[in-house]
Write a new protein. Sequence first.
Length: 267
Amino acid sequence: MDFTKKFSLEGKVAWVTGASYGIGFALATAFAEAGAKIAFNDINQDLVDKGIAAYKEKGIEARGYVCDVTDEPAVKETLALITKDIGSVDILVNNAGIIKRTPMVEMSAEDFRKVIDIDLTAPFIIAKAVIPSMIEKGHGKIINICSMMSELGRETVSAYAAAKGGLKMLTRNICSEYGQYNIQCNGIGPGYIATPQTAPLREKQADGSRHPFDNFIISKTPAARWGETDDLTGPAVFLASEASDFVNGHILYVDGGILAYIGKQPG
Ligand code: NAP
Ligand code: GCO
């Protein structure tokens, strides 16, 4: 038996949100290389156009749509367009997300709500939109992009940690409620990955030295390095493929060992 078939996404339709660049782009690219047809959305036409061009450079004919993931009517319209253009969605990756780094007592309720809206409510809205057609087809894969902050807190990221902790439990609840329809809903919890979202934490200091947070993450990661988006692609293809058909409600941490490690001892 050709065991690699278990990891094939041949003939599948994948929708990756917020995937013009960053983690979403890397996952969608890997899905395409595994045989999937790709749909992605981003917040404006300029980003979508840049994304389409970037996929084309990799030989991938991705379909791009302008859609704010918090806008339920726009999400439903985008899903209808994807279904018409390339077929009903077999694999959904809720990747779009933001972070606001502000001490909690200084954070406005408006900013808190914005992070919750994009990082938690939007995955709910999009999963709710795609599940009925997955039930009809008798299968589906939903992958929610969680975080170290689904398990840990740190200064200034209260809204993000609340959202990603909630996303872990939303993942488990979708598994609980829809696993009977052969829908697997799992999460990927990336460690600290070098993308635009974490660029401020890696900025070189005026004297050319590493950012203190950069040194901190290196000391907290057994792999002693930041993750690259490519580190996430194998786990994502696994969770998107039939190889994971009996894996459900699981958050797969791809973190170089951070969650297992107390941190490098001094001296
Ligand atoms: P990123 O570089 O900031 O990319 C996020 C993408 O989501 C961007 O294209 C962004 O568009 C889009 N987006 C934001 N709000 C949106 C909305 N309302 N509607 C549609 N698209 C929207 O982030 P990343 O580092 O690739 O992270 C991707 C996901 O992984 C996020 O959920 C993040 O929380 C999670 N994550 C990241 C790390 C890490 O270390 N990088 C680790 C763990 C988890 P704009 O360009 O307009 O913002
Ligand atoms: C931060 C970082 C993290 C990463 C990621 C870690 O400010 O601590 O942005 O939150 O984005 O979520 O898993």
